[in-house]
Design a protein around this ligand. Structure first.
Ligand SMILES: C[S@@+](CC[C@H](N)C(=O)[O-])C[C@H]1O[C@@H](n2cnc3c(N)ncnc32)[C@H](O)[C@@H]1O
Ligand code: SF4
Length: 339
């Protein structure tokens, strides 16, 4: 992300924080997250970008694969005031090298050194994804990092809006989807929209608002930070999530797909209980209404701020109310998930 685009994002965050101040959602609930579809440590200004948001009083989290987390980058991030680092190292030794194509010893040394540098100034969570439902493989990695004194989070696999082909997540082929959608539409007549875009306001490296970090192929675009506010983008994203196209109908997080999966898998809970659980993660327009964004089929007039973009890091700007949100998004079960 170029410095110009970054400053446009900052301006939009300031605007969004003020807009939220008049609503039931406090602007204090904002967290900025550098994560999503790329590796933030590839960007030479990442520590400066972290520091910029920290100087505005916002918590900043970052997700990294830790392969570039050498001493100088680690020290710069800690000095910039990084709040929480999610280090995605979900395997060890030869498994890691096969899965990630990176040398394990370097990454391990980076994680261990960063823990020392961070001490009590920055939280660290090592993230392990249960990639193929192989609990033993996941638990090897979990045990390894815990034995080194690190906190580990295990997240369930998602299919990134259908971009990652996972056999048991081919939702467009599920016969149960139609019934599931009718059942949810009884309760949500405008369409059972996934709440992720309302909770996590996602901006790509080029300053474009994208639906969410599951839109891996960036098929659902909602204006640029130079001419579109977070609230306006959120309204446009809500319409996309309600329609379930072009991405949600293929995605693990989509409420209809979650209900279809529960029916298909013979979830032993009552339908009421399952729907009640899923309903927690269905978007409504109340926050948007409080922000003065009327839901209509016509896009609102866009107010320009400044221009340009070049290359850089992906930035995910989230309205996060703590990472506990992730477990609600991932639905039933003990694992949390990415979004
Ligand atoms: C996509 S990564 C990008 C940021 C950074 N390059 C990294 O590796 O952490 C962001 C997070 O998504 C998680 N993740 C990646 N693919 C996933 C998948 N298919 N299902 C669930 N989580 C996934 C990773 O564990 C990581 O914590
Ligand atoms: S279902 Fe949710 S997480 Fe998945 S693509 Fe749609 S908005 Fe994103």
């Amino acid at each position: 992300m170029s410095a110009d685009t970054f400053e446009q994002v900052v301006a939009r965050v300031v605007e969004f924080r003020s807009a939220l101040a008049g609503t039931e959602v406090s602007g204090d609930a904002l967290t900025v997250s550098f994560c999503g579809l790329g590796e933030p440590l590839l960007h030479s200004s990442i520590a400066a970008y972290v520091g910029r948001f920290r100087s505005m009083g916002l918590p900043v989290v970052l997700s990294s694969n830790a392969s570039l987390l050498d001493e100088s980058r680690g020290q710069a991030l800690v000095d910039a005031g990084l709040t929480h680092a999610f280090l995605n190292v979900g395997a060890t030794e030869a498994n890691y090298e096969e899965l990630y194509g990176l040398p394990f010893a370097t990454t391990r040394d980076n994680v261990v050194r960063f823990r020392e540098l961070a001490a009590n100034r920055c939280r660290i969570s090592v993230v392990v994804i249960d990639h193929d439902g192989d609990a033993d493989a996941a638990s090897d990695a979990v045990g390894y990092w815990r034995s080194l004194g690190l906190t580990v989070s295990v997240w369930g696999l998602i299919n990134r809006g259908g971009s990652l082909p996972v056999e048991h997540m081919r939702y467009r082929d599920f016969a149960e989807v139609s019934d599931a959608n009718s059942m949810l539409r009884d309760r949500f007549p405008d369409g059972p929209a996934c709440a992720v875009p309302q909770r996590f306001h996602f901006v790509g490296w080029n300053g474009q608002h994208y639906l969410c970090s599951s839109d891996w192929e960036k098929r659902s675009s909602h204006g640029h930070v130079s001419n579109t506010s977070f609230a306006e983008a959120a309204a446009s994203k809500l319409r996309a999530a309600q329609s379930r196209e072009p991405v949600c109908a293929s995605c693990t997080h989509d409420p209809t797909n979650r209900l279809a999966t529960a029916i298909r898998d013979g979830d032993p809970r009552s339908t009421e209980e399952i729907v009640g659980d899923i309903a927690e993660d269905v978007a409504d327009a109340s926050t948007l209404a409080a922000l003065g964004v009327a839901m209509s089929t016509q896009p609102r007039r866009r107010i320009p701020v400044r221009s340009t973009d070049t290359t850089g890091v992906n930035t995910c700007t989230e309205r996060v109310i703590g990472h506990g949100e992730q477990s609600r998004v991932s639905g039933a079960g003990t694992m949390t998930s990415t979004w």
